[in-house]
Design a protein. Structure first.
Length: 130
């Protein structure tokens, strides 16, 4: 399946590990949250090497874009205060990122701020905005 340009724009519009905004939910994030459709059963893990980008949608939702065009939504089991608008690093003891792993929010100086547990990964599609 090819990765539609509209979905690519939404998925890569705010690369999570690279965001530094004020934490406001942008219209593309609200659209992606409201219109996403699950297309496969949830899975526990994704291969880290396949992650091409991330988009933080809110303080509980991160979309992981994979190199094969799939978009995998991770709905954290609990709110991760400050996730929206923060940089984060992915922590895993293996070559996979799993629902048992955490992401760690980092300050501008690179020091750790907080860690939050991940949930399962759900493949989604986001229809083009129209």
């Amino acid at each position: 399946m090819r990765f539609p340009i509209a979905v690519a724009a939404i998925a890569f519009g705010g690369l999570a590990g690279c965001t530094g905004d004020d934490g406001a939910v942008r219209s593309t994030d609200a659209w992606a949250l409201a219109t996403a459709n699950p297309v496969a059963p949830p899975v526990s893990c994704v291969e880290k090497a396949r992650i091409a980008g991330t988009a933080v949608r809110d303080d509980r939702t991160v979309d992981f874009s994979l190199d094969d065009g799939r978009l995998m939504r991770n709905r954290l089991p609990q709110i991760c205060q400050g996730l929206r608008g923060s940089r984060f690093i992915q922590r895993s003891a293996t070559d996979r990122l799993c629902s048992t792993d955490t992401i760690t929010l980092v300050r501008a100086d690179g020091s750790a701020r907080a860690s939050c547990g991940l949930g399962s990964f759900q493949q989604i599609t986001v229809p083009p905005r129209g």
